[in-house]
Design a protein around this ligand. Structure first.
Ligand code: GLA
Ligand code: ZN
Length: 668
C-alpha cells in the first residue's frame, strides 16, 4: 500500500434500482478523498439469488467504475449472512443454540461452521468471486466474512468437538483427570458421551467450558482457512484479513491472526460519556492489542462517522472528535481509516446508523464536511504507511486467562474487573509517554524491558519458565493479585502460588480476601517505596507471606493490617514486583513512575505531558513520527512538552486545538 486507505463499507446492492444514487455515491466519494471501499460482505442474495445461479456482473461494473476513479475495493466474502433459499433447502446450515434448538432463518452470523453443506456453499461463491476478481487490479484485499463470532451446538458440531477432544487427550482417562470429573460423579466412560456445555446441562466442569471455547475458536479458524482456500483455488492471490471486534471474548484472536495476512478491526467507542481521554485510552489499548497480534501495521476496518444506532444512546460526535478518533488509529499503527458506512441504508435495522452520506443525500452536512476535511489531511500523510511501533513495555492481556478466571467461582463472583485492571496499568504507562504492546501469554517477551501481567490467573504451558528467564536476564516484571493459580485446564496448582515463581517474586500468596462492593482497604507506603501517599484498594486483597521480597506497601485495615501488600524482589539480573491488591488508578500512575525511573525507562518526549494529551510514536528506519493528540474539548497549551522536529500535520508545537492532532517528524 502506498497511501492511507480511506473509505469504508459500501452496500450498493441496496440501491441497484437507483443508478442515480450510485452515480452520486461516486461523485461524493471523490469529493471526500475516499480511495477504498469494502464490498460484498452482505451481498450473497444479490450474487447468488438462486442456488448455483451467479450474478457477479453488477459488482464487477461497480468495482471497475470505482477503479477508473482511483478507488480500490476490499472484497468481502459473504458468509456472514446468507440467502433464504439456502436455509430452506438445507436447514443444517442454521445455528443450534446451547439448548439444542435450531434457529430459524434470519439475522446474520446465524450459521454452523461445521456443516459440510455450508462449507460447500461458501466454497462455491468464494471460488466464483476469486475467478472473477482475482486478477482485477481494483481489488486489493480479501476480507473474509464479517466479525466472526458465536457458537453452534448442532449434532455436527458436537461430533467435531468430540474428535477435537480425542485429538487433544488421546484417552478418556486423560480427559477425566484434566477436567476433574470425579467431582459430582461426572466421570465419562468414552468420548461419545461428551456434550458441549449448556445451562440445561453441564456447566460445572470448568475444563469442559474452557475446552469448548478453545474448540469454537479452532472451528472458526478452520472455517476461515476453508474460506481462504476456496479463494486461492479460484485464483485470487490478494492478501487476506478478518475484521475483529472490541474486547471480544468469544474467540481467541491469536488463532484467527494466524490464518490471515493482515489484522483489521472495528472500533465503536462510546464517546462523551466519561472524560474523552479515558475513552481514548481504553480504545488505544485495543488498537495496541490488535497491532500486537502480528506486530505489523493493522487496518481500522470500521468506525462510525457520526453515531451508531445500536448503542444505548446514539450520541453524536462533537466537532473534531471524528478526526481525533481517526488519527488515534494511525497513531497506534493503523494504515487506514475506514467507516461503516458510505451510504446510510434506507430501511431495516441499520437505517439510523451514521454514514458518510446520510438520508438527505447532501454533501454539505456537518459529517460529510468533516469526512472530507479528514480525507484531505490523510491524503498528505502517505509517508507513515508501513511504519512500525517499537514498544519497550508490554502488557499481558490473555483471553484464555479471561475465560477461565471469569468462569471459575470465587473469589469474587460480583466482579473481578480484569479488563479494568489491565486498563489501569495501561493508562499508567501511557501517561508516562511510553508506547505499549498488548500481548497474550503465548508471545515472546524477551525483547521488552518492562512486562506487566495483571491478574494472570491461568498459567498457560511454559509461561512461568518464560517469566523466570525474562527476569533472570535482566527484565522487570510486574504481576498482580490472583496470579499463577491454575493450569491450562483450570486445575489448581498444588504447593503454593504464584505457581513456579515463588522464588522469583520472593513470596507466597497464602489467601485472597474478597471485599464487598464499596468496601475499601488502604495501601500504606514504607519509606523504601519511593511513594509518600496512601492509596485505596478494593475488590481483592492477596495475603502474602514474604521471603526474600522487600515489602514496599502494606495493608492499612482488616486483620491483615500491617502485612505486605506490594513487594519487590531482585532476582538474578532483574526485578519482580508483586501488586497484591486492586489498587486505585493513582497508585498505578505513581508506582510505575517509580519503577521506570529506577530502571531508566524514558518517556517518548523530554517535557511534561499535560492531562488529556496522548503521545504515541511510529518508526521507520529514517524517521520517528510523534503523534500528539488532545482529547479535551478545548485548546491545550503543549509548550511544556518541548517538542522538537518538524510538524507534518497540524498547526504547531505550542498549542493544540480541541480534539486536535499534531504529528511531528524527527530523523533517527
Ligand atoms: C459491525 C458490523 C457492520 C455494522 C456495524 C454497525 O461492526 O461489522 O456490518 O453492522 O457493526 O456499527
Ligand atoms: Zn453446528
Amino acid at each position: 500500500m502506498r497511501h492511507i486507505l480511506y473509505g469504508g463499507d459500501y452496500n450498493p446492492e441496496q440501491w441497484l434500482d437507483r443508478p442515480e444514487i450510485l452515480e452520486q455515491d461516486l461523485d461524493y466519494m471523490i469529493k471526500a478523498h475516499i480511495n477504498t471501499v469494502t464490498l460484498g460482505m452482505f451481498s450473497w442474495a444479490a450474487l447468488e439469488p438462486e442456488e448455483g445461479e451467479y450474478h457477479l456482473e453488477w459488482m464487477e461494473n461497480i468495482v471497475n467504475r470505482l477503479y477508473e476513479h482511483g478507488i480500490s475495493t476490499i472484497l468481502g466474502t459473504p458468509s456472514g449472512a446468507r440467502p433464504k433459499w439456502m436455509s430452506d433447502k438445507y436447514p443444517e446450515v442454521l445455528r443450534v443454540n446451547e439448548n439444542r434448538v435450531r434457529n430459524l432463518f434470519g439475522g446474520r452470523h446465524n450459521h454452523c461452521y461445521t456443516s459440510p453443506i455450508y462449507r460447500e456453499k461458501i466454497r462455491g461463491i468464494n471460488t466464483k468471486l476469486a475467478k472473477r476478481f482475482g486478477g482485477n487490479p481494483g481489488v486489493v484485499l480479501l476480507h473474509i466474512s464479517n466479525e466472526y463470532g458465536g457458537e453452534c451446538h448442532c449434532p455436527l458440531c458436537q461430533e467435531a468437538f468430540r474428535m477435537w477432544l480425542k485429538d487433544r487427550y488421546t484417552t478418556i482417562e486423560n480427559l477425566n483427570k484434566a477436567w476433574w470429573t470425579t467431582f459430582w460423579s461426572h466421570t465419562y466412560l468414552s468420548f461419545d458421551q461428551i456434550e458441549s456445555p449448556s445451562s440445561m446441562g453441564e456447566t460445572a466442569l470448568h475444563g469442559l467450558n474452557l475446552d469448548w471455547k478453545r474448540f469454537v475458536t479452532a472451528q472458526t479458524a478452520d472455517f476461515t482457512l476453508h474460506e481462504i482456500r476456496s479463494l486461492r483455488e479460484g485464483g485470487a492471490e490478494q492478501p487476506t484479513t478478518v475484521n475483529l471486534m472490541y474486547d471480544y471474548a468469544g474467540l481467541n484472536y491469536d488463532k484467527l491472526a494466524e490464518c490471515v495476512d493482515i489484522i483489521s478491526w472495528d472500533t465503536y467507542p462510546v464517546w462523551h460519556k466519561k472524560e474523552d481521554i479515558l475513552t481514548a485510552r481504553d480504545n488505544g489499548l485495543q488498537h495496541d492489542y490488535m497491532r500486537s497480534l502480528k506486530h505489523q501495521p493493522f487496518l481500522l476496518m470500521e468506525s462510525c462517522p457520526s453515531s451508531t444506532n445500536w448503542q444505548g444512546v446514539s450520541k453524536l460526535k462533537r466537532p473534531g472528535l471524528l478526526s481525533a478518533a481517526s488519527f488515534q488509529a494511525l497513531a497506534h499503527g493503523s494504515d487506514s481509516v475506514l467507516y461503516f458506512q458510505i451510504r446510510q441504508s434506507r430501511g431495516a435495522s441499520e437505517k439510523f446508523h451514521g454514514a458518510v452520506i446520510d438520508h438527505s443525500g447532501r454533501d454539505d452536512t456537518r459529517v460529510f464536511q468533516e469526512v472530507t476535511q479528514l480525507g484531505d489531511g490523510l491524503s498528505r500523510l502517505s509517508e507513515i504507511v508501513g511504519s512500525k511501533v517499537n514498544a519497550s513495555a508490554a502488557l499481558i492481556y490473555d483471553v484464555e486467562n479471561r475465560w477461565a478466571m471469569e468462569d471459575s467461582q470465587g473469589p469474587r463472583n460480583d466482579g473481578l474487573f480484569y479488563h479494568e485492571a489491565v486498563v489501569k496499568s495501561y493508562q499508567a504507562l501511557r501517561r508516562q509517554g511510553l508506547d505499549v504492546d498488548v500481548i497474550s501469554e503465548q508471545q515472546d517477551i524477551s525483547s521488552y524491558r518492562l512486562v506487566i501481567a495483571p491478574m494472570l490467573y491461568l498459567f498457560r504451558e511454559g509461561i512461568e519458565e518464560k517469566i523466570r528467564r525474562f527476569v533472570e536476564s535482566g527484565g522487570h516484571f510486574v504481576m498482580t493479585y490472583w496470579s499463577g493459580i491454575v493450569n491450562s485446564t483450570d486445575l489448581c496448582y498444588l504447593g503454593g502460588t504464584p505457581h513456579g515463581l515463588q522464588d522469583v517474586f520472593g513470596l507466597e500468596r497464602t489467601e485472597t480476601d474478597g471485599l464487598y462492593d464499596g468496601e475499601v482497604n488502604r495501601l500504606i507506603p514504607s519509606e523504601n517505596s519511593g511513594l509518600s501517599k496512601e492509596y485505596e484498594c478494593r475488590n481483592l486483597c492477596d495475603l502474602l507471606k514474604v521471603g526474600t521480597a522487600e515489602p514496599l506497601l502494606h495493608y492499612g485495615r482488616e486483620f491483615y493490617q500491617g502485612t505486605p501488600a506490594v513487594t519487590k524482589n531482585r532476582y538474578k539480573g532483574g526485578t519482580a514486583y508483586y501488586i497484591g491488591a486492586d489498587a486505585e488508578q493513582q497508585f498505578y500512575d505513581e508506582f510505575y513512575q517509580v519503577i521506570t525511573n529506577e530502571i531508566g525507562m524514558k518517556s517518548l518526549i523530554a517535557g511534561k505531558i499535560p492531562e488529556d494529551i496522548e503521545v504515541t510514536s511510529r518508526n521507520t528506519e529514517k524517521f520517528r513520527y510523534y503523534f500528539i493528540q488532545n482529547y479535551k474539548n478545548e485548546m491545550v497549551d503543549i509548550s511544556c512538552m518541548n517538542l522538537t522536529g518538524e510538524v507534518i500535520h497540524g498547526d504547531n508545537k505550542e498549542e493544540l486545538a480541541a480534539y486536535g492532532t499534531v504529528i511531528v517528524r524527527e530523523e533517527v
